[in-house]
Design a protein around this ligand. Structure first.
Ligand SMILES: [Mn+2]
Length: 472
């Protein structure tokens, strides 16, 4: 709505025409005439002063002119139940203001006329999405009340994330805590594992998110346990009580899930942050810049920036959050700082780097923090000719390998699972995978000399190449 636009609204009393003033008048000049009431607002005085009571829409239309030549656009919004009145007013306006644009409201069918500046929009089409959205929010509101009632007596609630907490889970946990009106003491975010991806570490640092590490023993001491962005099936072999599940991953079979008091699994959604954005809206909770940035990044990273499993709701939530996102902070999360030591390690690993049959493997000789490994895998995946990228290094007593693949015909997670799961634990998505292999298991399998930088590279290369050839 440009400032230079002048709006004339002609309406009968079949709809709340005055409400249109709050949409239009802040940024433009407005003339509002309502049948039976006359001019409510005139473009010249611009106030809610009731003007002369002009009886018919025809006479009112004949008073219309361009009071200020600086206003180049004139738009008429016509909302009469009686189509003849609409047509009569339209023809008078067109004769007085030849360039006028016409929007007919409330007609039976929506249509546009080619070659004319005129649209007709039916109430049904105008209200449909807003109405459906409000009904959605109403449904969610009743769910929130149910959830609040369930947790109200719990002194301490654990918000449990998967073993390597990701942005979507972290953002969802923050949102849930806000909705429950709790804080980090009464509802800590907990995980059995550690965050490893550099972006995710940057996120918790910059947004000051604390994640508490738990064990099977300590988690069961909480009064209630809420699984966010995960389900009991993610924690095979561990005995964890499950009270609430809020997730979007495919429903996995688990006896704990069947015993759970409250389950919401929406597999349609590309991220759980989307669901929590709706929750916050339904709960009428003010979303801070910090929370908006977290949720926005949650949606973006879980859908690989809309490259996998996206629903219309994900896109809508992304757009809703956008104006509140802290842009500089988001950029720092997405491009996290690297320590100088990483560059030294990378330099020494590049000496042995070679691409073989579109596989790029890099082995970092010294690792200070585990997040260097996925960082190096990301880097290798950007090199021309690389279809599958892997980076490896020894962290504590394990060999950690990160995989990356941005093409559809390879499944990085499956390739990793096939090769490394029998030696330790391995798996992941189509595009990202991780393997953790105890040094002892690696040595048992490949011999004493197998821990040298070059040897790790050769073994990883040989295994991955074989699996890649099965895919192609
Ligand atoms: Mn997720």
């Amino acid at each position: 709505m440009a400032r230079s636009t002048l709006y004339y609204v002609f309406a009968d009393q079949s709809w709340p025409a005055e409400s249109i003033t709050t949409i239009l008048s802040a940024k433009s000049a407005l003339g509002l005439w309502i049948d039976g009431r006359g001019w409510i607002i005139t473009p010249t005085n611009g106030s809610s002063f009731v003007g002369r009571s002009v009886e018919s829409p025809r006479l009112a239309a004949e008073e219309c002119s361009l009071p200020d030549p600086a206003r180049k656009n004139v738009v008429a919004i016509l909302g009469f139940e009686d189509i003849h009145r609409t047509e009569e007013v339209e023809s008078i306006l067109k004769s007085r203001l030849p360039t006028i644009q016409i929007l007919r409201l409330g007609t039976r069918i929506s249509k546009t006329a080619l070659g004319q500046v005129r649209r007709s929009v039916a109430w049904k089409d105008l209200m449909e999405s807003g109405f459906a959205h409000e009904l959605d929010l109403l449904g969610i509101q009743s769910k929130i009340v149910g959830l609040q009632n369930l947790l109200v007596d719990a002194e301490r609630v654990a918000i449990l994330l998967q073993d390597d907490p990701d942005p979507d889970g972290l953002a969802g946990a923050l949102a849930l805590r806000k909705i429950l009106g709790r804080n980090a003491q009464t509802a800590p975010i907990v995980s059995f594992g550690r965050i490893s991806r550099p972006e995710n570490l940057a996120m918790v640092q910059l947004l000051e998110i604390e994640v508490e590490r738990v064990t099977e023993k300590t988690i069961n001491e909480f009064d209630k346990i809420v699984f966010v962005d995960c389900q009991p099936s993610f924690f095979k072999g561990r005995d964890i009580r499950c009270d609430v599940v809020i997730d979007h991953h495919p429903r996995g079979e688990s006896p704990a899930l069947d015993l759970c008091e409250w389950v919401e699994i929406d597999e349609e959604l590309g991220s759980i942050s989307t669901l929590f954005t709706l929750y916050l809206e339904a709960a009428g909770v003010e979303v801070s810049h910090r929370l908006a940035t977290a949720l926005h990044y949650g949606i973006k990273s879980d859908t690989l920036f809309f490259n996998r499993g996206v629903s219309e709701k994900d896109l809508e939530a992304f757009v809703t959050l956008f104006p509140k996102v802290n842009g500089p902070q988001l950029r720092k999360i997405e491009r996290p700082e690297l320590p100088v030591g990483y560059i030294d390690s990378l330099r020494r690993s590049l000496k042995t780097f070679k691409i073989r049959s579109s596989l790029g493997v890099i082995v970092l000789p010294d690792i200070v923090t585990e997040d260097w490994i996925p960082q190096a895998a990301d880097f290798v995946s950007q090199i021309h000719g690389v279809r599958l990228a892997a980076a490896a290094g020894i962290v504590d007593d394990s060999i950690v390998i990160s995989g990356r693949n941005w093409e559809n015909d390879l499944h990085c997670g499956e390739i990793f699972k096939e090769n490394f799961d029998k030696l330790g634990s391995a798996g992941g998505h189509r595009s990202m995978a991780k393997a953790v292999i105890p040094v002892s298991a690696w040595k048992d399998r490949f011999g004493d000399g197998s821990l040298a930088q070059n040897k790790i590279k050769q073994i990883t290369q040989r295994l991955l190449l074989k699996s890649m050839s099965e895919f192609i």
